[in-house]
Design a protein around this ligand. Structure first.
Ligand SMILES: Nc1ncnc2c1ncn2[C@@H]1O[C@H](COP(=O)(O)OP(=O)(O)OP(=O)(O)O)[C@@H](O)[C@H]1O
Ligand SMILES: [Mg+2]
Length: 250
């Protein structure tokens, strides 16, 4: 049965999609059966693996809005072999009017395919979205990508509160797998200060891997190819592959 992960933080542009996409791809390259779920109306994860959301008949929004559509109808394969449940800007309409029953729908949506995968990774939107809560009600584990920059601590405290609330009610078994520092510029004092503060407060929850800032990540995103394939020997790729190893081993 699949191990299920949400990559989440309300702060925009902190590396959620980049982390979800590269972790999923790195594990797929290690011969794991992986499904990448794009639960963000921006469809950035879908685009980042080279899929044009507008070219598809179905997308994840079809599963929220239509009872006749199955996940098998929606899942597509990238040209490098990763299974993806694609998103579409239409998901924003569902997000805007999301009902209590829809918040609990992730389980119903993914249950039928869980047995086909070793790992399911859900990329979530920024901001106060019920879609993120929908992901948190379903998953076993959470990964929090954190840019070592201003307001990081505030965003992290918020994420911890969201997870605590979900733990108290909708998903008592949810666990934080780890906090991942992203876009780190090791030369700046702010990065050093933030990382030190987070380590002091959350200790063991911080992954022993950091993703440094590099424009190569942006180039990979624009090319629609995960950096672990776009530039496999880049330090960013090595870091994401190491993270995949950590996830695989525990
Ligand atoms: N380590 C990095 N160094 C430099 N740029 C990066 C790095 N990681 C990601 N990026 C770039 O930063 C931008 C934002 O990253 P990403 O889309 O992963 O963040 P996000 O948290 O998913 O954003 P959103 O909140 O909008 O969903 C992208 O253009 C991506 O290519
Ligand atoms: Mg994103």
């Amino acid at each position: 049965m699949a191990k299920t992960y949400a990559i989440t933080l309300r702060k925009g542009g902190c590396g959620k999609t980049t982390t979800a996409v590269n972790l999923a791809t790195a594990l797929e390259q290690k011969r794991q059966r992986v499904l990448l779920v794009d639960l963000d109306p921006q469809a950035n994860a879908t685009l980042s693996v080279g899929i044009d959301p507008t070219s598809l008949k179905y997308n994840i929004n079809s599963l929220f809005t239509s009872v006749d559509v199955t996940p098998e109808d929606v899942i597509v394969k990238t040209n490098f072999g990763l299974d993806v449940l694609p998103s579409h800007p239409d998901l924003a309409k569902t997000e805007a009017g999301m009902t209590a029953t829809q918040i609990g729908m992730m389980k119903g949506i993914l249950d039928p395919v869980e047995e086909y995968y070793d790992f399911i990774f859900i990329d979530t939107p920024p901001s106060e979205s019920y879609l993120s809560i929908a992901a948190l009600t379903y998953v076993q584990y959470v990964i929090i990508p954190l840019q070592a920059h201003f307001l990081a601590m505030q965003a992290l405290t918020q994420a911890m509160e969201d997870i605590e609330h979900v733990k108290k009610g909708l998903n008592p078994d949810i666990k934080i797998k780890g906090i991942l520092f992203t876009m780190v510029n090791p030369r700046t004092n702010i990065a050093k200060t933030v990382m030190q503060e987070v380590r002091e407060q959350y200790g063991d929850l911080v992954f022993p891997i950091e993703i440094t800032f590099s424009i190569r990540h942006v180039e990979a995103t624009l090319a629609g190819i995960p950096i672990v394939l776009f530039d496999p020997n880049h330090p960013g790729s090595e870091a994401y592959k190491k993270l995949a190893e950590v996830i695989l081993n525990g």
